[in-house]
Design a protein around this ligand. Sequence first.
Ligand code: 15L
Length: 266
Amino acid sequence: MNRAEKKVLLTGASGGLGCKLAAGLAAQGITLVLTDIAPFPEKLPPGATFTQADLNDAATILRLAEGCGTILHFGGISVDRPFEEILGPNLRGLYHIYEAARRERARVVFASSNHSIGFHERSEALDSDCAFRPDGFYGLSKAYGELMGRLYWDKHGVESVMVRIGSSFPEPVDARMLATWLSYNDLIQLMLRCLNADSVGYAVVWGASANARSFWRKDDRERLGWTPVDTADVYAGQLSGKVSDNPVQERFQGGAFCANLYSRTE
Ligand code: 15L
């Protein structure tokens, strides 16, 4: 059986994006092995199984990955939190995912984030090979994840797609999201390309729809054959004035994450 015909492990399945992906991918006939630390909040999609598990639990992660050709890793903490909360799920958990991928010869698709580069100024147009500038411990864990993928590709030949997701919500809700919004539809199509593309090596892709105001330019999407079709541009009339009164938040690409939790001098 070739890799693309095998089962797909989806971590973080009970989260906002996980549920959308579970439904969207199952509708394409993909057999899903779902897992999350929280119970699955919806009716299970056809053909899917769900196991409640902690990413810290190496044995369970290895078992769940058995026979899977791809791991879509959306699990872990998805907002900025103190280091001790990030450590287990986002750092140790990620190691378990990569060890599982190495053993199964599976491809990893990592839900990275714009917060790995969040302290770049909005005036900079970035290509995907720009320097990491994480805007908190969450963003730092995403940079670590991307480098983990780099290590496993260079050392073990484990393929990865790093998707630096902007803001994936039903619709953009403020001026920043006119640049960063990723529609659910574009996200699902991107995942299908990640599953089906012949060879990806180590690829980094900006996870944003076709937004004219995007902060981001070149990446490896051609290797995947992915082109987003939605755009935040149609919301510009109602959202371009929707900015905060925090100058730090408005200056940096990571937005509120740059201004939250700790000041830069604390
Ligand atoms: C993320 O990485 C978060 O998971 C999400 O909750 C949003 O904050 C998003 O980034 C964003 O930057 O809009």
